[in-house]
Design a protein around this ligand. Structure first.
Ligand code: PMP
Length: 386
């Protein structure tokens, strides 16, 4: 047959199932390819066809930039999953959640005349820092770890990113600075990755299609906003920035979410949770046998959506090199396991940590596990425990 996807560097052959020996496996990116088989199973029902003449104009019929149907599917999904309180919330669409993160920071910074301090507790998703620094605004600066800020001056406008579950370590996080303007990044607060413990009830909650359905390339995210003024400012920002999200993207998101909602989410979430949970069991069990490497501890928790206790299923392994004399952990993992991860320093943590992504294809994960198993068995041979 014809190739179904582009092969990762470690695979070859028509269906990318043949392993390339001695290759270096790239596990740096959080690409959500593990969801591809789910959508292949529902290929016909979730396909869209767009005619050349279709929806060429800037606005929808009502003059707005957002699809009312898509808005309603999103609210419906939140009502099913109960991961966020949607009562009296305004909604904004963005080109991925990445655009919304920047929009939120910009508009929250306008609340004070002094430059705002943008913070996140370590380890944090690197884009908060790099995006804030790239924009190099006079209105806000990234000032690092939220846990180490001088909070004595009550007039300081802190803008705190709260990522829960967290990228890289999967922990459910809370804000650390009292009274800060919080941006809750809930990219992973779905049953694939996390127990749903309660609906999040915050002023700004940001979600993304990338981690929900896996369609990262469609670039679609949304923000639920409580405050009307902030909402209006953010709408204005989006108008001037991109004039809204591509109508083709909105159509695709609508088709996908409509399918998810038809099954009350169960199909997708059972596939997502089942896959991620199995991967975590295999990887964490393999690393349990190691004294050199440890991985984050996550506990089983009750999930209101699944209505049962669930074992952990994070999107990333946050690996620590336990031996102090060891050089950078990402270098150790690259040199000895031939796996490319993301160095701890990018997350504001030490380089004794490295993040490995668990969301790629099944072939990719099997290969990753194989590399890690070899690494751990070499350690056993060296220390004579075998
Ligand atoms: N927030 C977090 C915590 C993420 O991990 C990611 C993607 N890696 C994003 C936001 C951005 O996702 P996107 O722009 O694709 O919506």
């Amino acid at each position: 047959g014809t190739p179904v996807c582009e092969c990762n560097a470690c695979f070859t052959g028509l269906d990318c199932s043949e392993s390339v020996p001695d290759c270096v496996l790239d596990a740096d990116s959080g690409n959500p390819i593990y969801l591809e088989p789910f959508w292949m199973k529902h290929a016909a029902k979730t396909a869209i066809v767009v005619s050349g003449w279709h929806r060429m104009g800037y606005e929808y019929e009502d003059g707005s930039l957002i699809s009312k149907e898509l808005r309603s599917e999103i609210f419906k999904l939140h009502d099913i999953v109960k991961n966020v309180n949607t009562t009296d919330r305004y909604i904004i669409f963005g080109a991925g959640s990445t655009q919304l993160l920047g929009a939120a920071v910009h508009n929250l910074s306008l609340k004070s005349s002094q430059p705002a301090k943008v913070v996140a507790s370590v380890p944090y998703y690197p884009v908060y820092k790099s995006q804030t620094e790239l924009l190099d605004s006079t209105k806000y600066k990234f000032t690092g770890d939220a846990s180490f800020q001088n909070t004595s001056d009550s007039s300081t406008n802190f803008i705190e990113f709260v990522t829960s579950p967290n990228n890289p370590d999967g922990q459910l996080k809370k804000a650390v600075i009292e009274g800060s303007n919080k941006i809750h990044d809930l990219a992973y607060y779905w049953p694939h990755y996390s127990p749903i413990v309660a609906p999040v009830d915050e002023d700004i909650a940001i979600f993304t299609l990338s981690k929900l359905t896996g369609h990262a390339g469609s670039r679609f995210g949304w923000a639920l906003i409580r405050d009307k003024d902030l909402y209006e400012r953010m709408v204005k920002y989006m108008d001037l920035n991109t004039y809204g999200v591509s109508r083709e993207t909105q159509l695709r998101a609508l088709k996908l979410l409509n399918h998810v909602n038809k099954g009350e989410g169960h199909d997708l979430f059972e596939f997502g949770y089942g896959t991620m949970k199995q991967r975590w069991e295999l990887l964490s069990k393999t690393l349990e046998a190691s004294k050199r490497f440890s991985v984050q501890h996550l506990s089983s928790q009750y999930c209101t959506f699944l209505d049962k206790h669930r074992t952990p299923s994070p999107a990333f392994a946050w690996i620590k090199c336990e031996q102090e004399e060891e050089e950078e952990c990402s270098k150790v993992v690259l040199g000895e396991a031939k796996v490319i991860g993301r160095a701890g320093s990018l997350f504001g943590a030490g380089n004794d940590y490295v993040r490995i992504s668990l969301t790629d294809s099944q072939d990719h994960f099997n290969r990753l596990l194989n590399h890690v198993e070899k690494l751990v068995s070499q350690e056993k041979i060296r220390s004579g425990t075998r």
